[in-house]
Ligand binder design. Structure first.
Ligand SMILES: *Cc1c(COP(=O)(O)O)cnc(C)c1O
Length: 392
């Protein structure tokens, strides 16, 4: 099927599908490690790349290819390379684009494992990172060195939902020949398409909204072929491959992505409004609320506020934990993007390894709670949160 020109809801259920000779209606799951050739000559042509076709599932499998093409279509990307997890995708992106001596400018509000990857693993490999505020483009410009090769950001940030202005940062980067990579995990291509805003590469943890039902891990890098070619070569050689089974699950996840994230965002907006009016809530961080300091930018850049709502209870750790421990419906887990609503106390979990001073400087207070809103009735979520809030 010619993928381009269709709307996202059509692409999500149709793009990328290749039927076999059996003309199956659903996408086939190809559980095979390798592929056979008609002849020695064909094997040689496949290995050299002279002839397209599958060789070995470390770097090509028809089910994985269908997932890659469907996600590429949704991101408006020329190409996509899938990985075994979001972290594997970020690692691949960095090692494909950077070498010892190069420098990254990155948002100071990144997923915890990404910070560890940059500081420890890439740091040891001679790739240095400077972290700057996602909301301060001048700080990104000031952090550029002659050896800077990559800007790396997430927007909205976790857990405070700060918004980075992708277009402004892309303009700053491109003036100096620097590439821009956006981790689009929180918004997904349904709410935000970073490539259209000037980013060069989009990275995903498919584990979150793309699956959306807590089943499998996966990751992906999307972009123009000239930016993904080296990423594919890294996959082929290093092997952090997405399994065919997980790709098949993710293909089915993409089919419902739009209705899920739109419904979850609508639930999040209603929950955020309710929290903002709650007497035991000190502050709500949600890009869809007019009280968010970057509400206008968020509404320009994203189709809605997304499904993550963060709020500060009146009080500290004890009060926040009481709200968590009073929940009977919300799952106490750091995962996000699921149809089941989850609640996390960032200061003692996802951001627990950071020093208390650094945490305070980053605005992660002891009373902060992050809710990743799912598909339950908002009234039931409110009642569950109120169980603890009303006792404060
Ligand atoms: C979860 C997550 C990752 C890492 O993805 P995995 O699939 O767990 O490896 C990267 N970035 C963000 C924003 C995430 O939420």
């Amino acid at each position: 099927m010619a993928d381009r020109g269709y709307r996202p809801e059509t692409l999500a259920v149709r793009a990328g599908q290749e039927r076999s000779q059996f003309n199956e209606h659903g996408e086939a799951l190809y559980l095979t490690s390798s592929f056979v050739f008609d002849s020695a000559a064909q094997a040689a042509r496949r290995f050299s790349g002279e002839e397209d076709g599958n060789v070995y599932s470390r770097f090509s499998n028809p089910t994985v290819t269908m997932f890659e093409e469907r996600l590429a279509a949704l991101e408006g990307a020329e190409d996509c390379v899938a990985f075994s997890s979001g972290m594997a995708a970020i690692m691949a992106l960095c090692l494909a684009h950077l070498k010892a001596g190069d420098h990254i400018v990155a948002s100071s509000s990144l997923f915890g494992a990404t910070v560890q990857l940059f500081n420890n693993i890439l740091g040891r490999a001679g790739i240095a990172t400077t972290f700057v505020s996602p909301t301060d483009p001048a700080a990104w410009r000031a952090a550029i060195r002659p050896e800077t090769r990559l800007f790396f950001l997430e927007t909205p940030s976790n857990p405070l939902t700060e918004i980075a202005d992708i277009r402004s940062l892309a303009d700053i980067a491109h003036d100096r020949g620097i590439r821009v990579a956006v981790d689009n995990c929180f918004c997904t291509p349904i709410l935000q398409r970073p490539l259209e805003l000037g980013a060069d590469l989009v990275v995903h943890s498919a584990t979150k909204f793309l699956d959306g039902q807590g089943r499998v891990l996966g990751g992906a890098v999307c972009g123009a072929k000239k930016h993904t070619e080296e990423v594919f070569k890294y996959l082929r050689t290093a092997g952090p491959t997405l399994s065919a089974f997980n790709a098949w699950v993710l293909l089915k996840g993409l089919e419902t992505l739009k209705i899920r994230i739109e419904a979850q965002s609508a639930n999040a907006l209603r929950l955020a409004r309710w929290l903002e009016a709650h007497p035991q809530v000190a502050r709500v961080f949600y890009p869809g609320l007019p009280s968010h300091p970057q509400h206008e930018l968020a509404m320009r850049q994203q189709k809605s506020g997304g499904a993550i709502v963060t709020f500060e209870v009146k009080g500290g750790r004890a009060e926040a934990w009481r709200v968590v421990d009073s929940c009977q419906l919300l799952s106490i887990t750091a995962n996000l993007g699921d149809t089941k609503t989850t609640i996390t106390h960032p200061a003692s979990t996802t951001h627990g390894r950071i020093s208390p001073e650094a945490r305070a400087a980053a605005g992660i207070s002891e009373g902060l709670l992050r809710v990743a809103v799912g598909l339950e009735a908002v009234e039931d979520l409110q009642a569950d949160l109120d169980r603890g809030l009303s006792t404060l």
